[in-house]
Design a protein. Structure first.
Length: 134
């Protein structure tokens, strides 16, 4: 859907609220790593997935920079879940027909979001399709 890296970068930055170029290298690196290819071999960048990927991290970093703030309130990490889920759903819709590395599929990232460290240790099992081999 997004075959131009400049357009994909602008969309990811817009969804992250980034207005300068200070994060362009990081965003571009993940746009490149998470890209999929269509049936013609054309690279398709996935800006909504990238926004969902960085949102919790950069939100946590911005919270840690607070020096003083009596009465300041910050979003809790779990309060970002609906936004991240929406971004992943939007990306999933845009991914139709793309070949995407398993590590960057929306289901994989959604699983990590919902299950936390259990997804990293292999202690959970997601729905499996196909017949079992005896």
């Amino acid at each position: 859907m997004f075959t131009d890296i400049t357009t994909a970068l602008a969309i990811a930055k817009s969804n992250l609220g980034v207005t300068d170029t200070s994060k362009d290298a990081e965003i571009t690196a993940i746009l490149t790593a998470s890209a999929g290819t269509d049936s013609t071999g054309t690279t398709n960048y996935r800006p909504y997935l990238v926004a969902a990927y960085f949102l919790p991290l950069w939100s946590a970093i911005s919270r840690s920079q607070l020096i003083e703030g009596d009465g300041a309130k910050w979003l809790k990490p779990e309060e970002l879940t609906p936004i991240i889920t929406s971004l992943l759903t939007l990306q999933e819709s845009a991914d139709c027909g793309l070949k995407i590395d398993q590590c960057w599929q929306t289901n994989t990232l959604r699983q990590r979001l919902n299950c936390g460290c259990k997804a990293e240790t292999g202690n959970i099992v997601t729905g499996l399709l196909g017949a079992g081999v005896i």
